[in-house]
Design a protein around this ligand. Sequence first.
Ligand code: NAI
Ligand code: MG
Length: 348
Amino acid sequence: MESSSIRLAVIPGDGIGGEVVAEGLKVLQAAGVKAETVEYDLGAKRYHLSGETLPDGVLEELRGFDAILLGAVGDPSVPPGVLERDLLLRLRFELDHYVNLRPVKLYPGVETPLAGVRPEDLDMIVVREGTEGLYAGAGGVLRRGTPQEIATQESLNTAFGVDRVVRYAFDKAQARPRRKLTLVHKTNVLTFAGDLWARTVDRVSVEYPEVTTDYCHVDAASMFFVNQTQRFDVIVTDNLFGDILTDIGAAVAGGIGLAASGNVNPSRTSPSMFEPVHGSAPDIAGQGKADPTATILSVAMLLDHVGLGAVAARVEQAVADDLLGRQVAGSGRQTREIGDDIAARVAG
Ligand code: NAI
Ligand code: MG
């Protein structure tokens, strides 16, 4: 597998998306991975040109790839929600990315705002459910714009959907040295959904006797992300909680420029999509100021997913080495220079 070619769809997107994706592809090439890439111009530009977000024909083409690399989409010129819902969320739902995988890891040499926290205290993986919950789009509005407006937004949780993401999280926990899985929810208030999640974890845990399970309310978990990060190894949680928690995770593990993610379809019925957690950063777009590290780490996750685990490990090590060097060398490098340096380490 290590020498075969991967078919990769690339969606640079908007703002800094194209800048960081170029560095991700540079590292991929430096790693000697044979990749056949096809670029798709989805995002704000396409939307303004043709009104299209994700044409059905493009979606069908995307299904034929081994994986997708995405930069970021979103621009102040597009009404909020259009690209998020009709492009990003649609891709996640249509391609059944039921796992949103977000490692939260403090690399040696990276500064954290948390006093006294060492890399060994902060190394976890958040397994966020990606296709259900409050993001499923269930709900509606009545008498909009009037004082009598009613807006509902319902959280959908299916036994099938919860079971499959919980099993994925148990597998992840089983494969890590600590073998600990924490369910994060709000079972004391969200009693219907919380009950389904808690019962599912209990039921599946019987099949994983080596994995220790734990439970934490999401409000308490937010606190522990700051003052007791050692508590966590693998976390499984619903779509919204995972979205919010992983932003805290990004902040404590060195910032948004380092946070990588994967929208994973573990059943492999369609390609998984890897992307930095950050957005299109219009405030710094076009200035070469964006840190491409999150994208390069997302490329490592992509390589791991397509069966190139050894190459993925080399890329991650190159990033770790670069991060360690940043203390000494200081920052101030341009996007392209960081990509060049990491690519050189991967090649060498
Ligand atoms: P953002 O993540 O784009 O930026 C937040 C702050 O972090 C900004 O100050 C930005 O300069 C900085 N930043 C982000 N990435 C960076 C990087 N790689 N290196 C250095 N600094 C970086 O979030 P914001 O400003 O809320 O959203 C901007 C646009 O991006 C919006 O249209 C939003 O909807 C979209 N967005 C898209 C996402 C995606 O494509 N998955 C995710 C989040 C936001
Ligand atoms: Mg988010």
